[in-house]
Design a protein around this ligand. Structure first.
Ligand code: COS
Length: 390
């Protein structure tokens, strides 16, 4: 049977203080920009500078590399707060975690010293390149190939759906290095700097939501990578990608949670103001029940996510199952809650003068990226079956 850990989480006072600081910054500086970031599909460099000034890019890193050393729980709290107002801005933080995780988990000391401090200040932007046109849910089927040339590697192939493509300074790229082996033994992770000859970025995708975060394909034509830019062990990149996703999915769950809470808060405020039949619509039970369900689901999602983040901080063995459950539950909650928020606002919910239609569009991707929710169910079920057959 699967073991159940009784330990949940505790939020230290300094985390709550930091949350309050972030919440104020989001109210004053991020929320007023959210509409334009979406409408103009612009990468908000001003928001990036603001986050850097407030040390938000330092959150994933140890103090020895210029980070805050505060761990996963503080990181998800920060992403949640930003996503309440602007999911695209929150994604800057989530991808900062995703793109740097392989280096933090298995990079050499030399690589960590070279790269992590520049990521921790926000000077450098990272990206994570696993998916390919024909290898999304099944990354083991990737075709991008790296072959040895002396001590260097030569990279050829392409990647798809890469968040922050074109913005990023460094890309973690996964490639087949031994096609004779099973994917768990034949894929290797590399660090690729943006200015390498033969490395090009595709056209940005036109997306339903998170329009302020660029997404594009990458292509590699005889790109030379020096040996010191191999991450971890040769042939063991697939496990590294999985270990990365076990942790980074917490960030997507946090983004979804923030979107959901932002939608609940907006719908409650609207329902208290909007009058029909001579009174605020918040006085009608049909609206009250909807708001109550939205808040309940969002609160439940938060408990699961914080528990999963605390497990990541404690290094517990069932982290992968919990991060998958958190990502699944938070993103399904975000989708359902934002659809309901649009309904509470009625016609006003459907137009871009109000933020809930943007929240609904932004919520959708959280059910898809960093593993579709069908994949999350697979991860959870496999963990159950493995534990059950032990
Ligand atoms: N941590 C470390 N290693 C892991 C792991 C994890 N969470 N999950 C699997 N592995 C290892 C396994 O131990 C296995 O190694 P061995 O061959 O040495 O035993 C290897 O990886 C292959 O495992 P498996 O055969 O179970 O992998 P599958 O190809 O069946 O894939 C899923 C498993 C579906 C879980 C994986 O493909 C997946 O997560 N897909 C979604 C990818 C994704 O999220 N894409 C989104 C884009 S990236 S932003």
């Amino acid at each position: 049977m699967s073991t159940i850990s009784a330990a949940a989480y505790e939020i230290p006072t300094e985390f709550e203080d930091f949350r309050a600081t972030i919440a104020q910054m989001v109210r004053e500086r991020v929320a007023p920009r959210a509409h334009a970031i979406d409408a103009d599909a612009e990468y908000a460099w001003d928001i990036r500078e603001l986050f850097a000034a407030h040390d938000l890019f330092a959150l994933p890193f140890d103090e020895s590399y210029g980070g805050t050393g505060t761990g996963h729980l503080m990181q998800v709290i920060a992403i949640e707060e930003v996503a309440k107002a602007c999911a695209a801005s929150a994604l800057m933080l989530a991808v900062h975690d995703l793109g740097s995780l392989p280096i933090r988990l298995e990079g050499s000391q030399e690589m960590k010293k070279r790269v992590l401090p520049r990521l921790a200040t926000g000077e450098w932007v990272p990206a994570f390149a696993l998916s390919e046109p024909e290898a999304g849910s099944d990354p083991g089927a990737m075709k991008t190939r790296a072959v040895k040339d002396g001590s260097d590697w030569i990279l050829n192939g392409s990647k798809n759906w890469i968040s922050q493509a074109g913005i990023a300074d460094v890309y973690v790229v996964f490639a087949v290095t031994d096609p004779q082996q099973r994917h768990s033994r034949g894929i290797t992770a590399f660090l690729l700097e943006r200015d390498r000859t033969g490395f090009t970025i595709g056209k940005p995708e036109h997306k339903l939501g998170i329009k302020g975060s660029p997404t594009a394909g990458l292509s590699f034509e005889d790109v030379r990578i020096p040996p010191q830019d191999l991450i971890g062990k040769e042939g063991r990149g697939f496990g590294l990608a999985m270990a990365t996703l076990d942790r980074s999915r917490l960030g997507i769950a946090a983004q979804a949670l923030g979107i959901a809470q932002g939608a609940v808060d907006y719908a409650v405020g609207y329902a208290c103001e909007r009058r029909q039949f001579g009174r605020p619509i918040a006085e009608f039970q049909g609206i009250q029940f909807k708001l109550a369900d939205m808040e309940t689901r969002t609160a439940a999602a938060r408990e699961l996510l914080y528990k999963a983040a605390a497990k990541a901080d404690r290094g517990e063995a069932d982290l992968g199952k919990y991060s998958a459950m958190a990502k699944l539950f938070c993103s399904d909650t975000a989708m359902d809650v934002t659809v309901d928020a649009v309904q509470v606002l009625g016609g006003y919910g459907y137009v871009t003068d109000y933020p809930v239609e943007r929240m609904m569009r932004d919520a959708k991707i959280t059910q898809i990226y960093e593993g579709t929710n069908e994949i999350q169910r697979l991860v959870v079920a496999r963990a159950l079956v493995t534990a059950g057959t032990r």
